[in-house]
Ligand binder design. Structure first.
Ligand SMILES: Nc1ncnc2c1ncn2[C@@H]1O[C@H](COP(=O)(O)OP(=O)(O)OP(=O)(O)O)[C@@H](O)[C@H]1O
Ligand SMILES: [Mg+2]
Length: 253
């Protein structure tokens, strides 16, 4: 059974999508079969994986709201072994449309159960909120990976996220684990970045990944070329560190 990882943090711009796309592609690169699921109406992970939204006929919206089978919306990507369920702006309506429906928090879980055995990893890119879409991801997931940006106020909002994780554990998904906290966008030239690392490690201890993602301009360029970093510039520092992270994720089991 594939392991389902939700990449979540309700704070915007902390590196969720960059991590979802880069980690998924690097896991695929080292031989894992990966399904990346975009549940953010912004659809950034979809385009980051090289999928042109104009080519998307059905997306995760149809799965969540209209009970379309997940297997029929899965698309291939440029990366061997990497498949994706895309999101388009249509998904923006789901948060409200799902409210009056039965089992509204378990829709993604049910949909993924049908394809889970065909993949080694399923990586879900969450939107920057703790709404129904993120709840669906946390309910479907075996574990949550929390990207934390190495900047001032890094820990702000994390208690709210951890509280949501606890509520999901209590009511919707007893087995949900915190896979790890990933420090992102480190500028090692500043003391601030190093202070944040200390602070986050003090708080999360051994839950913090050894791999720390530095700021790397190639990582910020890759999405506009529709290529995950491992294809866009495999020799870049960005590709190296996400490859390290992929190996760390696999070795953590
Ligand atoms: N390690 C990095 N080095 C340089 N730029 C980065 C890095 N990680 C992310 N970025 C850039 O920072 C911005 C925010 O990253 P990203 O989109 O991954 O965050 P997010 O948490 O998914 O945002 P949102 O909350 O809007 O979904 C993007 O422009 C991205 O290209
Ligand atoms: Mg994002």
């Amino acid at each position: 059974m594939g392991k389902i990882l939700a990449i979540a943090n309700q704070k915007g711009g902390v590196g969720k999508t960059t991590t979802s796309v880069s980690l998924s592609a690097c896991l695929a690169y080292i031989g894992q079969k990966v399904l990346m699921v975009d549940i953010d109406p912004q659809g950034n992970a979809t385009s980051g994986a090289g999928i042109d939204k104009a080519d998307v006929e059905q997306c995760i919206y149809d799965v969540l709201v209209d009970d379309v089978e997940a297997s029929t919306v899965i698309m291939e990507t440029k990366v061997e072994n990497l498949y994706a369920i895309p999101a388009t702006i249509q998904l923006a309506g789901a948060e409200i449309e799902l409210v009056p429906t039965i089992s509204r928090e378990v829709r993604l879980k049910r949909a993924l159960e049908e394809v889970q055995s065909q993949y080694d990893y399923i990586v879900i890119d969450c939107p920057p909120s703790l709404g129904l879409l993120t709840l669906n991801a946390l309910t479907a997931a075996d574990a949550v990976l929390i990207p934390v940006q190495c900047e001032y106020y890094a820990l702000e909002g994390l208690s709210q996220l951890l509280n949501t994780v606890r509520l999901v554990q209590k009511h919707l998904n007893h087995d949900l684990k915190i896979e790890g906290v990933l420090l992102t966008m480190l500028d090692a030239r500043t003391n601030l970045g190093l202070q944040v690392i200390e602070e986050v490690k003090k708080y999360f201890q051994d839950k913090v990944y050894q791999t720390i993602i530095p700021r790397n301009v190639r990582l910020s360029e890759a999405p506009s070329h529709g290529e995950p970093i491992i294809i866009y510039d495999p020799k870049s520092r960005g590709a190296e560190v996400y490859l390290e992270l992929a190996k760390e994720v696999v070795s953590n089991g």
